[in-house]
Design a protein around this ligand. Structure first.
Ligand code: HEC
Length: 229
């Protein structure tokens, strides 16, 4: 008797199971796009918000959809991170703040006010030269005469005319040019941090001294060149 009940139960269980199997091609409810039920969804969806992602499901406001009701997912960019508080600078990033606009007036202001807080030493000299040769010399050349490999190969226009004036550029002006770019020279602020821009600026000041100044390697040579006592 017990066996007969069991036999009756089997097809019922089978039928119920087939309902949920919408991913099985034999199922009446087969839908190839249906992801089915998620068992233990926390295994697939991170509890932590993915910082640089965009919210794809704007209706889902729980952790489940990688978004939170406090985020700007109704805003312009659908960003999934909080915006920085207006008029604030993140802790430890104060020197990333460069308060001069990307135009001639901004450059003139930076030229007059923006000064290097660092003092030169042997490491800074070597690192500035290394960075310059990495980021600038293909256009400006190793000695700074503007005849870099790209210019010589005709891939970039010559900068002869303005170069006669480069010697007058102050460190604030050079910083501004590296940070924002100038004319057809692109901005480097996304590739170089403030510390690196100062290192390169220091090396540009070395190059301003003479055509041969690029051979400077030691701090002693630097001090003689720059007239440092
Ligand atoms: C792709 C080529 C290219 C690269 C790379 C490049 N520059 Fe320039 N740079 C130029 C050109 C072209 C000008 C002339 C822009 C103008 O006057 O309109 C220029 C102008 C300048 C000036 C003079 C701006 C002024 O006040 O008139 C400085 C200083 C300078 N660059 C420094 C650098 C430094 C430092 C780097 C490396 C971080 C660098 N450049 C990388 C092409 C380049």
């Amino acid at each position: 008797m017990r066996n007969t009940y069991l036999l009756l139960l089997l097809p019922i269980v089978g039928l119920l199971a087939s309902c949920s199997h919408s991913r099985h091609p034999n199922s009446l409810w087969y839908d190839p796009n249906d992801p089915g039920y998620e068992f233990a969804p926390a295994m697939y969806h991170s509890w932590a918000y993915e910082p640089l992602t965009q919210v794809t499901d704007k209706k889902g406001v729980s952790w489940y959809y990688n978004s939170t009701p406090y985020n700007d997912f109704k805003g312009k960019y659908n960003m999934n991170m909080l915006r920085p508080v207006p008029n604030t600078v993140a802790r430890g990033k104060i020197d990333y703040y460069f308060p001069y606009e990307n135009n001639d007036a901004g450059r003139a202001l930076a030229a007059a006010e923006w000064t290097n807080p660092n003092t030169m030493d042997a490491n800074r000299l070597a690192e500035g030269k290394r960075l310059y040769n990495l980021y600038c010399d293909h256009c400006h050349n190793e000695n700074g005469d503007g005849q870099g490999a790209l210019v010589k190969a005709g891939k970039f226009p010559t900068m002869g005319e303005y170069y006669s004036r480069l010697k007058d550029r102050t460190e604030g002006s050079v910083y501004h040019t590296i940070y924002h770019g100038k004319g057809i020279m692109g901005a480097h602020a996304s590739q170089l941090g403030p510390e690196q821009i100062w290192l390169i600026t220091d090396w540009v000041k070395v190059l301003q001294q003479s055509d041969k100044a690029f051979t400077t390697t030691t701090l002693e040579e630097y001090n003689t060149l720059m007239g440092v006592q």
